[in-house]
Design a protein around this ligand. Structure first.
Ligand SMILES: Cc1cc2nc3c(=O)[nH]c(=O)nc-3n(C[C@H](O)[C@H](O)[C@H](O)COP(=O)(O)O)c2cc1C
Length: 251
């Protein structure tokens, strides 16, 4: 019961406990980067700008009404245009806000407490036209993809890491969202964590709705093995760790 009570308390607001806390931002400590860095000689793939994307169904009311979790996918690939749209809808950057001549915040297609946007989007690509299989990361500010690595037995690995949920292994792509925790903590200290989880929900909801627009389906996944997913996306599990994922496919 202690653990349940602790978890219940985690769901509650702890802004009162913030009264005596001086955050790193207040201490004028350097702000963490808005996005994880990458080697300049990495394999970078240009995505299609949203202005050029044609969406099959852009009727918001229909898309909200039709939204549901899809766990069965056919063999149809996603096009790069469709993938570009899903990435834009879930994490796309609309503008970068400068303060004191430094990038201070991004404004995106989803809300985030204090515009901290503490997430990185990894993709396990299985069947996207023009992309080879493997692990990728979305560079949201540039609206590009970075190829990270090929994975052996990708499908088996994701099924195992999602505790045997077989449909994850048949998806066209699996979106995996990691949290770079200090991005939120720098500003909100102990109030960051509840907010960051709330933020994650918005991302996945936009993915669901965007999928409806291109006759594809998503399914939020909260049941997964923390270490195994963190290993798949090659993060340390402390400063950056996975929090949520969703397979996507045509149906
Ligand atoms: C936080 C969260 C975690 C979820 N985890 C899983 C999961 O691990 N596996 C799964 O098949 N569905 C998962 N779902 C999907 C729910 O089962 C689904 O939303 C629910 O059954 C309602 O169905 P609908 O989305 O079609 O309305 C999750 C949904 C949410 C919001």
């Amino acid at each position: 019961m202690d653990k349940i009570n602790n978890n219940r308390n985690f769901m509650k607001s702890n802004y009162k406990d913030m009264e005596n806390i001086v955050t790193d931002q207040m201490k004028d400590l350097p702000q963490p980067p808005l996005q994880k860095g990458y080697e300049k000689d990495s394999e970078i793939i240009d995505l299609i700008p949203i202005e050029k994307v044609k969406i099959i169904n852009d009727n918001l009311i229909q898309n909200i009404g039709n939204r549901k979790s899809h766990r069965q996918y056919n063999d149809k690939p996603l096009t790069l245009e469709e993938l570009s749209f899903l990435l834009w809808a879930s994490q796309g950057v609309k503008s970068v806000y400068e303060r004191n001549n430094k990038s201070y915040a991004t404004f995106r297609t989803v809300p985030s407490a204090g515009a901290r946007h503490p997430f990185e989007t990894y993709l396990l690509i299985n069947n996207v036209t023009g992309l080879r299989e493997g692990l990728y990361r979305y560079l949201a500010i540039e609206h590009k993809l970075i190829f990270i690595s090929e994975l052996k037995n990708q499908s088996e690995k994701i099924i195992e890491a999602t505790l045997g949920q077989k449909f994850t292994g048949t998806a066209t792509a699996v979106f995996i969202w990691s949290c770079v925790s200090y991005r939120g903590e720098w500003r909100y200290n102990i109030a960051a964590h509840k907010a960051m989880l709330l933020d994650a929900g918005h991302i996945c909801q936009n993915l669901y709705l965007a999928c409806e627009g291109i006759e594809a389906g998503a399914c939020a996944i909260g049941a997964y093995d923390q270490e195994k997913i963190d290993n798949i996306i090659d993060v340390d599990g402390e400063n950056e760790f996975s929090v949520y994922l969703s397979p996507v496919g045509k149906y």
